[in-house]
Write a protein that binds this ligand. Structure first.
Ligand code: PLP
Length: 290
């Protein structure tokens, strides 16, 4: 029997004060003229919940606030959202891994009142990706690496509801026999996946790519770096090229739901993975919450 999702709906006052109340996740809740639905005008976060503990919630809420600010949405009331996540998780039947989705939209067109909710449901099954690894294509995002300063209206680096492009890239990958994608900028900088952060290991150096390129500051990557540093290894935020990815000792895509997926082929070319390291990293991501 699949467990039932849990929904908490926000009431957001003009001064931003927010309260949440439980609602029926199986009943219609969103108006057809909500700008989140009609224009993808809103922001979201997906928080992994392991053993009833929402992982990196503070980091997720900081990113939620940053995304909202980039869209000129009112600042989310962090205390109210934190409380709502905990209440929604507590109201869900226990599960090894749940996902808590936080959504804030510009609201019904013309109302000036944002819409928000927290939805908790069983996480997707990433078991095979975690153990067998993934095949990854490199796709051109076709934006320059200075897109953030050159064209801030493109909202690169905000986690907006406009994920149709990200979904299209994933469909392209699946249509070409791969699981996932790494984007590169027009000038050859490795960026991120459509819903993941790139992590590469070169000897004892762990590297991810700079958020300044218009990337999300990954919560999973933050925890992976803390783990690597605790092992006495170096961590670095640095520019990478596709050639660098080819020569990395090991390569992963990281994200809240899947945690860590080793990249076993890049552009159809098999590449090394490190099963022992993946097991240790995954174990850390599954057990250490902040
Ligand atoms: N980059 C993008 C574009 C994403 O959508 C995500 C995940 O949602 C990430 C990176 C990884 O972030 P996190 O590890 O916080 O889930």
């Amino acid at each position: 029997m699949p467990s039932s999702p849990v929904l908490f709906l926000a009431t957001i006052a003009a001064d931003g004060t927010t309260s949440f109340a439980p609602a029926d996740p199986g009943a219609p809740q969103l108006r057809v003229d909500d700008l989140g639905a009609t224009r993808g005008d809103g922001v979201f976060e997906s928080v992994n919940v392991v053993g009833a503990v929402p992982q990196s919630l503070t980091h997720h809420l900081a990113r939620f606030a940053r995304s909202a600010a980039m869209l000129d949405l009112p600042a989310p009331d962090a205390a109210a959202w934190t409380d709502a996540v905990h209440r929604a998780v507590a109201a869900h039947e226990p599960g090894d891994e749940l996902l808590a989705k936080l959504v804030l939209t510009r609201g019904v067109e013309g109302s000036g009142v944002p819409t928000g909710w927290v939805h908790v449901f069983p996480g997707y099954d990433y078991g095979t990706q975690r153990t067998a690894g993934i095949d990854v294509l490199v796709l051109d995002r076709a934006y320059p690496s200075d897109v953030v300063t050159r064209a801030p209206w493109l909202l690169q680096g905000a986690k907006t509801l406009s994920y149709a492009l990200n979904q299209a890239a994933l469909r392209y990958a699946r249509g070409h026999g791969a699981h996932d994608v790494v984007f590169v900028s027009a000038d050859g900088d490795v960026l991120e996946g459509p819903n993941s952060t790139v992590l590469a290991k070169f000897a004892d150096r762990w590297v991810t790519t700079p958020p300044e390129l218009g990337l999300l500051d990954g919560t999973t990557q933050g925890r992976a770096f803390a783990w690597a540093r605790a092992r006495g290894e170096r961590t670095e935020v640095a520019h990478l090229t596709v050639d660098d990815l080819r020569t990395a000792d090991a390569l992963w895509l990281l994200s809240s739901g899947r945690l860590s997926a080793p990249v076993r082929s890049l552009e159809g070319v098999p590449r090394p993975t490190d099963a022992g390291l993946q097991a240790e990293l995954l174990q850390h991501l599954l057990t250490v919450h902040e």
